[in-house]
Design a protein around this ligand. Structure first.
Ligand SMILES: NC(=O)c1ccc[n+]([C@@H]2O[C@H](COP(=O)([O-])OP(=O)(O)OC[C@H]3O[C@@H](n4cnc5c(N)ncnc54)[C@H](OP(=O)(O)O)[C@@H]3O)[C@@H](O)[C@H]2O)c1
Length: 319
């Protein structure tokens, strides 16, 4: 177990997003089996969002795990609103906060959320207003803890001045190290837990990724053309290191994150229960400081070729 602020969770969580067809087809019966198997294996921390599958993901999670809800820590997010044009509008308006939480709870068929994140900071709404509205939800017992996702260090400070922030969820893995310079030290100073999303680099660090045409990941520059080829060259070296250390790439990537501090709880996602079990193997991987340095040197901050999002979405992070 680990602590995110005052919230105790399993040291490895489970990210549900891929169960709603984001990275290729998903099957609900298999999704239910994977979710229940993950909970049976000791995972208590499940991450969803209203926008994943436009509500489908929350419904599936509620259906699979509703009967053991009191033993679990359920996190969801709001703030990315689906548009008819398949784009996303960001909203942190207080009236939207109040509306969104009820919709999420209805889909999950639950009375409260343990952790509720603002998915993206709304540049049109002062963070104090958004977090102020979330604090009212805490008072009403609809949510227990407040989180932010992809917020900048300055926004995190302003938010924490309104209400304690339990966790920051931002992309962090060996090939996405942007948060290390400023955001991570700020969270540590303020006692905020870290939930790295896409801790396997959206699957890149598993060395088993086969991208099919139409895969969402192909919209990101780092998964395209020459960039991707350059990145693959390094992932081959990463796999060699993993086998040299009697490990496989996915648990090694997760173990590197787990070794960065006790307040870090990665949430890898997979449709397969077998892979959930493989990923839990990360908790047994012990890395010496020399091993950690070797991995860090292989993927220094800023060295991944290509941004993690297309340009219009890069404008929605680190706000
Ligand atoms: N806050 C945000 O803005 C944000 C953004 C993105 C994601 N998230 C959260 O973070 C969670 C995890 O991120 P993610 O799903 O994008 O990426 P991830 O966990 O880094 O990687 C998922 C990919 O890795 C594959 N995979 C997982 N374990 C594997 C293993 N042991 N061996 C081989 N392949 C493996 C999965 O494929 P299979 O399904 O085929 O196994 C999937 O393609 C999401 O579910 C979501 O909850 C949050």
């Amino acid at each position: 177990m680990r602590n995110l602020g005052l919230l105790q969770v399993s040291a490895l969580g489970y990210g549900c997003m891929g169960l709603s067809g984001i990275y290729g087809a998903s099957d609900d019966a298999q999704g239910v089996r994977t979710l229940q198997g993950a909970a049976d294996a000791g995972i208590t921390f499940f991450d969803t969002a209203d926008v994943y599958g436009d509500g489908h993901n929350e419904e599936l999670l509620g259906r699979a795990l509703g009967d053991r809800r009191q033993h679990l820590v359920i996190a969801s997010k709001f703030g990315l609103k689906a548009q008819a044009s398949a784009t996303r509008e960001v909203s942190g308006r207080p009236e939207y906060v109040r509306q969104a939480v009820h919709q999420s709870l209805r889909r999950l068929n639950m009375d409260y959320l343990d952790l509720y994140y603002l998915h993206r900071v709304d540049p049109q709404v002062p963070i104090e207003e958004t977090v102020g509205a979330m604090a009212e939800l805490v008072q009403q017992g609809l949510i227990r803890h407040i989180g932010l996702s992809e917020a900048s260090a300055a926004t995190i400070r302003r938010a924490a001045a309104v209400h304690p922030i339990t966790a920051l969820q931002s992309e962090w893995s060996l090939w996405s190290r942007d948060i290390e310079a400023e955001i991570l030290p700020t969270c540590r100073e303020l006692g905020i837990g870290i939930v790295p999303w896409s801790p396997l680099g959206r699957g890149f660090l598993t060395n088993q990724l086969e991208l099919q045409p139409g895969d969402y990941r192909l919209t990101a520059p780092r998964f395209q053309g020459e960039n991707y080829q350059k990145n693959l060259d390094r992932s081959a070296r990463f796999s060699e290191l993993a086998s040299h250390w009697n490990c496989t790439p996915a648990p090694l990537a997760l173990a590197w994150l787990l070794h960065q501090g006790p307040e870090i709880v990665p949430i890898p996602g997979t449709r397969s229960l077998e892979r959930v079990q493989q990923n839990l193997g990360a908790l047994q991987v012990e890395l010496s400081s020399a091993n950690l340095a070797t991995l860090s040197d292989l993927f220094p901050p800023g060295s991944t070729a290509g941004e993690r999002y297309p340009e219009h979405l890069m404008r929605t992070v680190n706000l």
